[in-house]
Design a protein around this ligand. Structure first.
Ligand code: AMP
Ligand code: GLY
Length: 415
């Protein structure tokens, strides 16, 4: 089987590494990929949003399956384009991708299908009405910008004044036309990431993971795409059954009822509250960095699972009992203004998923915010953590930073 992976981050590198372990896979193409993936896949110089070029490439190169990594092309309808060309694609249609593309859509969907989430209100071009709602509800309250914001469009406000400030800033940032703000009840609890392979009504859950979203140790600093992750999450495993029953399955079924059946990875960002798990956000693709710690534990062949799912054959997953810990190395200045062009130390590439890197005279340079994620798979969390930090701490990371407390403390929700 020839497989095309679309994307260029650590998540896509982890997908390529998983495909390498699948005996049914002959060639792995990645578009556009990054130089750190060269050893594991054939790089294709087509950008992730060049839908037509990607379709043409898939046809010319007899690609049997395309896996879409990032959300932007999905929200723009890349899966529709592949399907119209009669090509097998793993990723949701533009309509189903609205679950991630619009927070207002996701909230309305959850209300309609009675999926547990924070109570909310949506305001279109009306900051004054949003402020009146805040004044009525009080703080803490969560202010979210509608649309894709790469994790930057959320403010958890602990005072009414702070919420007003966030509403003003969001309206200004989004501009007069089309500024949609979602205000949400503040949920207290511990967060985790629950992903599943979904095809229509069929839901096949992946192992639970937990992501560390804040930039610095102790859960300080700005929200990021994720600075590290672990899987499994033993102290939260008990919520899985409930979350499948109240969240993942009703979401898949609700999308079928609505006439927009899902195909791909459904990612539920959950808050485990006193009243059970509730949805903080949906994503319509593999999580990053969750994928880098979940897929190394998957013992079943990834491409075959997807092909079986798409052909409506039964799918059963087997998982390693071991724990994976992953620590992200980011460029200094990330997430606001990453400073790039710094040389990575001479670390062996084993168990590293590369993201924002370029290559110069045989060495890697930082070329983005998150540069790479170093992982280790060991019998226990303690051993996995120790192995990652022994590797990282053996090098001098000038121009980079990473958190020192991944898997040592629990992630702290955005405050
Ligand atoms: P999101 O982009 O929606 O995933 O939100 C980013 C982060 O904000 C989450 O990972 C949470 O830490 C926090 N957050 C979002 N919504 C809520 C909520 N309703 N209650 C508490 N924290 C939230
Ligand atoms: N790690 C969060 C995400 O993939 O959106």
């Amino acid at each position: 089987m020839n497989v095309l992976v679309i994307g260029k981050g650590g998540r896509e590198h982890a997908i390529c590494k998983a495909l390498l372990r699948d005996p049914a896979v002959e060639t792995i193409f990645v578009a556009p990929g990054n130089p750190g993936m060269k050893a594991d896949a054939t790089l294709v110089p087509i950008e992730e949003r060049e839908h037509e070029k990607l379709v043409a490439f898939a046809k010319e190169n007899e690609v049997d399956l395309t896996i879409v990594g990032p959300e932007a092309p999905l929200v723009e309808g890349i899966a529709n384009t592949f399907q119209q060309a009669n090509l097998a694609v793993f990723g949701p249609s533009q309509a189903a991708a609205q679950l991630e593309g619009s927070k207002a859509f996701a909230k309305e969907f959850m209300r309609r299908h009675e999926i547990p989430t924070a109570t909310y209100a949506v305001f279109h071009n009306d900051p004054e009405a949003a402020k009146a709602y805040v004044a009525k509800m009080g703080a803490p309250i969560v202010v979210k910008a509608d649309g894709l914001a790469a994790g930057k469009g959320v403010v958890v406000a602990f005072s009414v004044k702070e919420a007003f400030g966030a509403i003003d800033a969001t309206s200004k940032q989004l501009g007069e036309a089309g500024s949609t703000i979602v205000l949400e009840e503040y949920l207290q609890g511990e967060e985790c990431s629950f992903m599943a392979f979904v095809y229509g009504e069929t839901v096949v859950p992946l192992a639970l993971a937990q992501d560390y979203k804040r930039a610095f140790d102790g859960g300080r600093g700005p929200n990021t795409g994720g600075m590290g992750a672990i899987s499994p999450v033993p102290h939260l495993t008990s919520i899985e059954e409930e979350a499948i029953h109240t969240i993942l399955q009703p979401t898949a079924s609700g999308l079928v009822v609505d006439g927009t059946p899902f195909c791909g990875i459904l990612y539920a960002g959950l808050m485990v509250t006193e009243d059970g798990p509730k949805v903080i956000e949906f994503n319509v693709r593999f999580g990053d960095p969750e994928t880098e710690v979940v897929l190394p534990r998957l013992e079943s062949p990834l491409a075959q699972i997807i092909v079986d799912l798409l052909q409506e054959k039964p799918v059963h997953l087997t998982w390693s009992e071991e724990t994976v810990c992953g620590v992200v190395v980011a460029a200094e200045g990330y997430p606001h203004q990453p400073r790039t062009g710094k040389a990575l130390p001479n670390i062996s590439v084993e168990d590293i998923c590369f993201a924002g890197v370029s290559e110069h005279q045989g060495s890697f340079l930082s070329a983005g915010g998150r540069v790479c994620i170093v992982t280790a798979k060991k019998p226990s969390l303690t051993e996995a953590r120790r192995a990652v930090y022994e590797r990282l701490n053996a090098h001098h990371w000038e121009g980079f930073f990473y958190r020192n407390d991944i898997a040592r403390t629990r992630p702290i929700a955005l405050t």
